[in-house]
Ligand binder design. Structure first.
Ligand code: SF4
Length: 349
């Protein structure tokens, strides 16, 4: 788990109301480090992607990129009925490998040059492997996120590049697990926004489509399945909401911390605990404690139906010992009494 780059944007898009997440994104270092600084104890649970999944992902990418990306070209060519051998490839990792900022900036410069060349009608590759983009979040002390799609693919229809992501999830009968798909769609949404930013720096009139390419694995042999071209308008919007939330949270955190590190004000921030936190965030147990005794502790469904209330208040409504504060609570009280009477639970005297 990391809260840097596009991973941070996906987390914020999934839970834009969480201020603690905003502090995690602002804080230097890993999510695990953030936990340890806030709690003051080591994080002793399973953390991050499993080694086996990481190995599988790396192997899938190696297979796809080997031999001038032969398997990838064959898979992508099917999308537009092209000839795989006619597709040209440039792998930017060959020139500037690694994840350090200087290598990323070198790849960013090449990516920008290719986009400019394409706009000027000069020869450019059909596939750019491991390009680098930036997504600005001005104004403020962290002015951008580094966004690194696995590839940019030039559409023969529009002449514009669209982002593509390789995932070693297995496609069976053209279906992928919904939770995997939702995460990857948000990732592509962030990539589209970053690509739009780069294109608009060249020419603001360029209309970048909200489309992206997903390349999953065949069930056997970690070979690319026929890609899916996805319309990602909803994902782009969700990421924009996440960025707007980050800017709001950052302003509040900066006001609270007055120069100290972001983790120091975590206890003053408002979390937004959801069921999905349990599987996605190191702070889940800490945030769950903060909703203990409230409807949120019973899960998203209970909080959505009942509202964010104390459980004692809900029990009081059911028993008639607490007067409803509004129409919503009046309806809840009636429904709970109906259910209680069906189950033989009496009203308070
Ligand atoms: S666990 Fe806490 S910090 Fe993490 S996303 Fe959920 S509410 Fe936010």
């Amino acid at each position: 788990m990391t809260v840097k780059g596009s991973a941070a944007l996906i987390r914020l898009a999934s839970n834009p109301k969480c201020e603690v997440l905003g502090a995690m994104v602002m804080q230097e270092g890993s999510e695990k480090k953030f936990y340890e600084r806030v709690i003051g104890a080591p994080y002793d649970r399973e953390f991050g992607e499993r080694q086996s999944s990481r190995r599988r992902g790396t192997q899938f990418e190696q297979n796809a990129y080997a031999g001038d990306a032969r398997l990838l070209r064959e898979a992508i060519a099917t999308t537009w009925n092209l000839e795989p051998d006619a597709l040209t490839v440039r792998n930017l990792m060959d020139s500037y490998p690694g994840g350090k900022d200087d290598a990323r900036i070198a790849r960013l410069k090449i990516t920008r040059t290719i986009l400019q060349d394409a706009k000027a009608g000069r020869a450019v590759p059909d596939l750019i492997i491991q390009p680098q983009l930036l997504l600005p979040t001005r104004p403020g002390p962290r002015p951008y996120f580094f966004i690194a799609p696995d590839l940019l693919v030039r559409s023969p229809v529009t002449g514009l590049y669209l982002p593509g992501d390789l995932k070693s999830f297995i496609v069976r009968e053209n279906e992928v697990a919904p939770s995997d798909l939702a995460r990857v769609r948000l990732q592509l949404g962030a990539q589209i926004l970053a690509l739009r930013h780069e294109y608009h720096a060249i020419d603001p009139s360029i209309a970048v489509e909200t489309k992206g390419m997903l390349v999953f694995s065949k069930p056997n042999g970690l070979r690319p399945h026929a890609p899916r071209l996805e319309d990602l308008g909803g994902a782009v919007e969700a990421v924009q909401i996440g960025i707007a939330a980050f800017l709001r949270h950052r302003a509040r955190i900066d006001g609270l911390r007055v120069g100290a590190e972001p983790y120091t004000v975590a206890a003053d921030l408002v979390p937004n605990f959801q069921d999905s936190c349990l599987a996605s965030c190191v702070m889940a147990q800490w945030c769950r404690q903060r909703v203990a005794g409230r409807t949120g502790d019973m899960g998203d469904a209970a909080r959505n139906i009942l509202g964010d209330l104390e459980l004692n208040h809900v029990i009081g409504l059911m028993q008639g010992s607490v007067q409803p504060a509004n129409d919503q609570e009046r309806i809840i009280a009636e429904q709970l009494r109906t259910i209680a009477s069906r189950n033989g639970q009496g009203r308070a005297a």
